[in-house]
Design a protein around this ligand. Structure first.
Ligand SMILES: [Cu+2]
Length: 405
């Protein structure tokens, strides 16, 4: 209601201003004044207003910086973040100088060179030296920014060192899941066709393949049972379509199994298909301090973006490919709480920074940065709950065994 009132007041105010302007225009016309006749007094007032605006404009600009200072991010908590901050501040410094110089000149000159009938405008068509200056200086500054930026980008995206900690972040609408490589220190292969309730990341193992085939087998059996009932034609067509789809899915999974078996035969222990069972799939995102971390990023459905503002790192999560970025955290969560934020509830955060759907705003996961020894202990504990505990047998009832093998 109050919003409506404000809207009405604003509208009525605008109407009033329009009417006053119209009255002024009509009286001017009655006095025989033409619209383009502007009195020296008017000109002087506009010139003074230019200066007044200049002062108000910069006062507001400085007030903004002071008032919102505490809304800025705290100190960067990774080595890459320090570099990114330097680059950002370097850009801001250049922008600030250009902003102040150009705006002061613009409004100061607009006020100073108010119309005077004794003064002629100076005709200044061309100057090679000036042209060169304002081409070469910005080009040189841009080159420095781009070369420095490319260098930082390469530092973040180049291959990680072999002893880096590896963690995978898996994005889907609308949450994150982390995966650690488990006891063997290697990530297992994944395939989206194996995704189900127990295997949210589609990790490929002999067992997960058998389980998924059995699941599809059950689904087909259920659909076939539905066909036994009395159904309208369109429903029958729909179910037959679905059965066809499930069959194609199953034969692709059988292909995957062939590829897996071939890979294991060729590469033996080195095959990525042998490293998935001990992977740790978790909602706890924990990283060690002062150690290089290689973050692998995948997405299930649409493009998301893994963003850790306190570490100043971000990378898109793209369906169908694995992106990665390196980060070396430099401050633990505990130190952030006691020494930086003075807030016992503070947590680092992983956010989705790509508008990916209705609940995008809530797509986040806390990140805990711990000391090296705490991390070792955490990993040991996490490894006790692998994706597939040792000794479990491949599931499935063998429906496809005869059909596809
Ligand atoms: Cu998202």
């Amino acid at each position: 209601m109050s919003k409506l009132l404000i809207l009405i007041v604003v509208l009525v105010g605008a109407l009033a201003v329009a009417q006053v302007a119209r009255v002024y225009e009509l009286t001017s016309r009655l006095r025989g004044k033409r619209e383009e006749d502007i009195s020296p007094a008017d000109n002087r007032m506009n010139a003074r207003l230019m200066w007044a605006f200049l002062v108000a404009y910069f006062a507001f600009f400085i007030w903004l910086i002071v008032a919102y200072k505490d809304k800025m991010l705290p100190v960067a908590a990774s080595t890459q973040g320090v570099e990114t901050d330097w680059l950002m501040n370097f850009n801001w410094a250049i922008l600030a100088v250009m902003f102040v110089v150009t705006n002061v000149l613009l409004f100061f000159f607009a006020g100073k060179y108010v119309y005077s009938k004794d003064r002629r405008a100076f005709w200044f068509p061309h100057n090679n030296k000036l042209e060169l200056l304002w081409t070469i200086v910005p080009a040189a500054v841009l080159a420095v920014i781009i070369i420095y930026g490319l260098n930082s980008w390469n530092n973040i995206t180049s291959p990680a060192s072999p002893d880096a900690v590896v963690v995978e972040l898996y994005a889907k609408q609308f949450d994150w899941t982390a995966r650690y490589p488990g006891q063997d220190g290697r990530m297992g292969a994944t395939d989206y066709r194996l995704i189900n309730g127990d295997n949210p990341l589609g990790i490929v193992t002999a067992k997960s393949i058998a389980t998924r085939l059995a699941e599809i087998d059950t689904e087909i059996a259920e659909e076939e049972a539905r066909l036994q009932g009395v159904l309208p034609d369109d429903k029958v067509a729909e179910i037959e379509d679905h059965i066809g789809y499930l069959g194609r899915m199953a034969s692709r999974i059988v292909n995957l199994r062939v590829v897996m078996e071939q890979d294991i035969k060729e590469n033996g222990e080195a095959s990525t298909y042998l490293h998935g069972a001990d992977d740790v799939v978790t909602k706890d995102f924990v990283l060690p301090v002062h150690k290089e971390v290689d973050i692998l990023i995948r997405a299930r459905d649409v493009i998301h973006s893994a963003y850790m503002p306190h570490l100043r790192i971000q990378m898109n999560a793209v369906p169908g490919m694995t992106t990665h970025m390196k980060v070396t955290p430099t401050i633990t969560t505990d130190s952030m709480r006691t020494h930086v934020m003075h807030d016992e509830a503070f947590d680092f955060i992983l956010l989705c920074n790509k508008i990916c759907g209705a609940s995008h705003f809530n797509m986040q996961m806390p990140l805990t940065v711990v000391t090296a020894s705490e991390f070792t202990a955490w990993v040991a504990e996490a490894n006790k709950k692998p994706f597939e505990p040792a000794g479990t047998q491949p599931g499935g009832n063998g429906y496809f065994a005869g059909q596809y093998r």
